[in-house]
Design a protein around this ligand. Structure first.
Ligand code: LMR
Length: 328
């Protein structure tokens, strides 16, 4: 009888130890956009690949749409270890002290997507991600979104049309300079607040790639869109360094592979998603879509290109020059 209880006790202990040993490592991945955007879908793809590759030893919990944290808070949460993974836009790294990331915001800096990839997938991209290490952050990948369009409730054909308009921007000094160069008043707002700010007239307009504009329904409260493609929006996928370094090496390797595959997927869908979003905005019929004439395009460039020189002091002349060479 006593022997039997001992056997039962031992069996229970073994089962419990097994249960503890199998408790998965949880990665909380917080982001601010909708699931049906390039970033949203790639986060889901990473979850699927990571959980499969690790045989369930890792569980990825994706929290889209600022469900968990807004822009500024999510960066703080990552550093504190309250979440493990984020993919903030490159325009949001300034508050971390990584001002160089704002180079991606310079108007017209990437003539094509290929020019952008030359930067993000080459030595410049690598050295930018390395700058995050002293902040307790490891950069894993660059994710793509697209070129930005302008929206407002009045037509925007020439730079002079922006005079006095309140334009929502992300927290980047380069974007601030860009809006000022157009004569507009820039206003930093968290992404989750943009729709309401546009709806209530707190701001008059904004800029974003079509995928963000459509999935946040901004087109429903913006009568005009200009296909300006004047700047780029993309992301860096980042993790809490202490968490990442503390992972068993085999698991970290499997996650790196899952991230590489999710990144390939993300790059493949970004342009298509933006094209589909633009079609959907047109079909919704609430917004007039304007294509700039060559003369208007030239006027925009004349107004916006001086921002490169103006921001040299903040971003570094060498970095701007290096990108100029890599994108030729
Ligand atoms: C924005 O705040 O406009 C974008 O950065 C949102 C995003 O993450 O795409």
């Amino acid at each position: 009888m006593q022997f039997k209880s001992l056997v039962v006790a031992l069996a229970t202990a073994v089962t419990m130890t097994g249960a503890f040993a199998q408790a998965p490592i949880v990665i909380k991945f917080s982001h601010v956009v909708a699931t049906d955007t390039p970033k949203g879908q790639a986060a889901e793809r990473f979850k699927m690949l990571a959980e499969k590759a690790t045989g369930g030893k890792v569980k990825v919990e994706v929290y889209p749409n600022s469900q968990l944290y807004k822009d500024k808070e999510e960066l703080e949460a990552l550093q504190l270890g309250a979440v493990q993974m984020l993919a903030p836009s490159l325009a949001k790294f300034g508050p971390l002290g990584a001002k160089e990331f704002e180079v991606f915001d310079l108007p017209y800096i990437f003539p094509t997507k290929q020019a952008l990839y030359n930067v993000t997938e080459g030595p410049i991209g690598k050295s930018l991600l390395q700058k995050l290490e002293p902040k307790g952050i490891t950069g894993l990948a660059f994710w793509d979104n697209g070129f930005k369009i302008m929206s407002a409730n009045k037509p925007m054909h020439m730079p002079a049309d922006f005079k006095g308009m309140k334009m929502r921007i992300q927290s980047s000094k380069v974007l601030e300079a860009q809006m000022r160069a157009l004569g507009a008043n820039p206003q930093v707002l968290a992404f989750s607040e943009v729709y309401q700010a546009l709806q209530t007239g707190v701001v008059d307009g904004t800029e974003n790639p079509p995928s963000n504009m459509y999935t946040q329904k901004m087109h429903e409260v913006q009568k005009h869109v200009t296909m300006s493609n004047h700047g780029y929006l993309g992301y860096a996928v980042i993790v809490n360094k202490k968490f990442w370094d503390g992972l068993p090496a085999d698991i970290r390797g499997q996650l790196e592979k899952a991230m590489a595959d999710a990144t390939t997927f993300e790059k493949a869908i970004a342009q298509r998603d933006n094209d589909l979003a633009m079609d959907a905005i047109k079909k919704a019929g609430k917004t007039t879509i304007y294509n700039l004439t060559p003369a208007e395009q030239a006027a925009w460039r004349t107004a916006l290109l001086p921002v490169h020189k103006e921001m040299e002091g903040r971003i570094g002349k060498d970095l701007i020059t290096a990108i100029g060479k890599a994108t030729k």
